[in-house]
Design a binder for this molecule. Structure first.
Ligand SMILES: Nc1nc2c(ncn2[C@@H]2O[C@H](COP(=O)(O)OP(=O)(O)OP(=O)(O)O)[C@@H](O)[C@H]2O)c(=O)[nH]1
Ligand SMILES: [Mg+2]
Length: 260
């Protein structure tokens, strides 16, 4: 199976080399796509060097900080063009521990999208200030209750998508770009009839480098949720969605369902 891990980066020079080493050491023979937005700290050049040394890393260089959503999309398009079967997204800052990836891929036998989730039993966060916990919990609560999303962690960026999902969703119609991209993507996927499953992860606060999340994101997220809530009145897209095998009974994952 051809697995690509897409890592958007902006000023991650302290993390990128260690992260790539961890990813390439996983027993799943994944390739890595770094999407760097001309990081002033030189992350893009470090990634180029890793590409040269390993032959399993490729780098998309963009002109400037163009946002997380379009970074994912650039990575998806490259991975799809190169024949990827599974496309995984994760942060570069070790908040998403690479050791969870084999579990995400394994569960993807049964679900079109699998999520590394903080909000299922045995999942959680480590070293997060109270206000971050509250913000994340609140964003999930609002997204789930307003949009009818079934996944417990709708704002998680640690995901594994089947190729089919990303081919079916018209990526160019996704409006939001920052962190609310994750909610919009999940909404569109579930509305199209794709299934989601979650494995518990412990999300660790970044230890190196700085956060890129801005206050602005809160307002953008509210706008996104309002816009998507209105779009629920439109007819659902009619897509043909593959049927996956039923998952074996396990308390290690939580099944999502199609939302209307
Ligand atoms: N290419 C690209 N990557 C970005 C951009 N914004 C953030 N990233 C990367 O996206 C990932 C998530 O960003 P973080 O700053 O860790 O955001 P966060 O995880 O919400 O915030 P913290 O919890 O404070 O770490 C990291 O790998 C960032 O380097 C962007 O505009 N372009
Ligand atoms: Mg982070």
């Amino acid at each position: 199976m051809d697995i690509r891990v897409i890592v958007p980066t902006y000023n991650e020079k302290e993390n990128i080399a260690d992260l790539v080493a961890r990813l390439l050491a996983l027993p799943i023979n994944a390739q890595v796509i770094v999407v760097d937005d001309n990081s002033p700290d030189g992350t893009g050049q470090i990634a180029d060097e890793l590409a040269r040394q390993t032959g399993r890393v490729s780098v998309i260089h963009r002109a400037g900080k163009l946002g997380l959503g379009t970074a994912y999309i650039a990575g998806f398009k490259k991975g799809l063009a190169e024949g990827a079967d599974r496309l995984i997204t994760m942060d570069a800052d070790f908040s998403h521990d690479p050791s969870y990836i084999p579990g995400l891929v394994e569960l993807s036998r049964y679900y079109h999208i699998t999520i590394g989730s903080r909000y299922v039993p045995q999942g959680g966060v480590r070293n997060w200030e109270q206000h971050r916990r509250f913000l994340s919990w609140g964003a999930n609560f609002v997204a789930r209750s307003t949009l009818g999303l079934q996944a417990k962690d709708c704002t998680a960026g640690f995901r594994c998508y089947h190729r089919e999902v990303l081919e079916s969703i018209n990526l160019d119609t996704i409006f939001s770009n920052g962190y609310s991209f994750l909610v919009e993507m999940l909404f569109k996927c579930q509305r199209a009839g794709f299934t989601t499953g979650e494995i518990p992860i412990i999300f660790a606060n970044r230890e190196r480098g700085t956060s890129k999340i801005s206050q602005n994101e809160i307002f953008k997220a509210m706008y996104t949720v309002g816009r998507l809530a209105l779009s629920r009145f439109k007819p659902r897209p009619k897509l043909s969605v593959s049927t996956l095998p039923a998952p074996p009974n396990s308390d290690r994952h939580v099944a999502g369902e199609t939302v209307s």
